[in-house]
Design a protein around this ligand. Sequence first.
Ligand SMILES: C[S@@+](CC[C@H](N)C(=O)[O-])C[C@H]1O[C@@H](n2cnc3c(N)ncnc32)[C@H](O)[C@@H]1O
Length: 303
Amino acid sequence: MRSPYIKSKKAFSLFLNYSQQLDFQNSLLLAENLIHILQTTLKKSRNLIILEPGIGYGRIAIPLAIKGAPFNFQIYGFDNSPYMLEELTKRINNLPVQLRAQISGRLFFRQLAAESEWPYPEKFFDVVILSYILHYLKDWQIFLDKCDSHSKGCIVFLKEISPFNYWLNGDFSLIPSNAPHQVLYEFWHYFYKLKESYAEKGENQEITPIAYQPAIHYLAFQKGYHVSTYQVDLPLTRRLKFSELLSWIRYGAFVPLRESINRQARTLLAHRMKEWLLQRGISPKETLVMKGGTYEICICHKT
Ligand SMILES: C[S@@+](CC[C@H](N)C(=O)[O-])C[C@H]1O[C@@H](n2cnc3c(N)ncnc32)[C@H](O)[C@@H]1O
């Protein structure tokens, strides 16, 4: 199964460029909170074995391995993108020696497509963590069935619910009306209108990115999981250049867009967006600095 990143190195590097702006310290804080919640929920503080399908470059897994080391946690992960795994290896190698030693023998990963057979025993993992992977998968129910059968009954959904990501997810109703998000909001709204017009012409073959709600609903009502939700505030600061956003659009780094319209249409869209910005006196070189980030940790747990 192809990964959205395998085919385009350009899209991959754009994605990394953006993601590098997410602060490592924030991820450590998120990991700390997550560990505490898991220990409380599972009533088990040591020796947790955790799987992260679609581990990426280890944004979640590396901090989890570091913060879980004192509790003898083991983190497993897989990804079907060799670029992501290369980057993961690079990031581990770039860690300070002490941290590298701390996670040595605790973080295992391999190249594997979620759709393939998983090389782990049934009920092997205490926890399966899902962070921004579900929307890539066509058969998300089959995938969740696999998570269910390979875990001892704890599946965690991580997602950022700060305005910035609401905007990326196209959930306009949740975006506050204050600047600078309002600019992004209008921008995105414009994009969606255009996208709809492509859809009317029959150009939209979108694999609807599934939100977490149907997945959580599925686990709760089909599989008997209990659901609890926690929020963690992180002192994130992000910078986003409009020009970067235009490049994402052009090269399809933003996956739902890549799935829905072709390269030519994306180039046109980026061009129109640039015009739209200029008409409003916004230079594409302008950088938005967004402060504050909130993560939602949704624990689905079979008691
Ligand atoms: C948005 S990234 C999220 C990475 C990580 N979970 C995080 O939160 O930072 C999605 C990851 O899923 C991987 N992926 C997408 N489709 C996949 C599939 N079918 N099988 C395995 N990995 C996949 C991508 O290569 C990418 O690394």
